[in-house]
Ligand binder design. Sequence first.
Ligand code: ZN
Length: 317
Amino acid sequence: MKNSVHGIHHLTAIAGEAQENLNFYAGVMGMRLVKKSVNQDVPDTYHLFYADGAGTPGTDLTFFPWPSMGPGRLGTGLIVEVPFAVPKGSLKYWRERFDKMGVKYGAVETRFNETTLPFKDPHGLQLALVETDDQREFVPWEKSAVLPEHQLRGMHSVRLWERRLSPTAETLTECMGFSLLGTENGWSRYIVDGGGSGKFIEVKELPQENRGRWGTGAVHHVAWRMKDSEEEMAMREIIFNDGLFPTEQIDRFWFKSVYFREPGEVLFELATDGPGFDRDENMERLGEQLILPPWLEPHRALIEAALPSLEMPRTET
Ligand code: ZN
């Protein structure tokens, strides 16, 4: 069988104030805070993980809150939008919820025959809700303010701007197992591992556009699912042999990761499905305590003192 990634594992973006980020994703969007940790490379910054009720791969959107960084700049070489999957018929519920909670949204669009509602988070990250009845691995979050039948099912796709399409397309199709599904309004949609919600990537070529820049409201990277470490190392070798520069495998404790820049400079990660977020916390208590990887545990007092305090938002249904 041809080597392949298996869809979106998680996506990491840069936010402003941590409390505002928590209020929006745990409060308005009704996601579960499944892990409250720190940026392993910059431990005086939070790393907040939001997902479904069980932290299922493909549902996990994570943030580094870096309010001092200043806003990102939309442009090529970046993921420019994060569309979430919601069940068919849910957009009415979400529009009413957004109206009630003061979240602005755009006009409903049809993209690749899917009804889509674009909107932004408080720090400018471009999001969308996409109605789909594709089957997803999903565990409802029973303490969510959002009814289970309307809860986010995970990331539906990722949308990239690139200066040139073909080098990125080649890496997607020749190394990572994607194939082109179709094009529409300048967007090329690729599918992987049989396709369906969570197994899409969409790329738009914008030769005249400026290079994008990281900052608040920008996506840092997308991670692609790998079944296990062995499959990940095989994919790493394919990426390396393609002339790209994958990192060594890094132990992120809840999964193992390899990072590389695709030819258009978007940061990609390969991440294993396991061990998972309940490796160091009871599934019932996920996200309640500040969790540090074992190698940062000796510095806990110092790290905690440097982090702003965070309060869970009041649940509003
Ligand atoms: Zn990551």
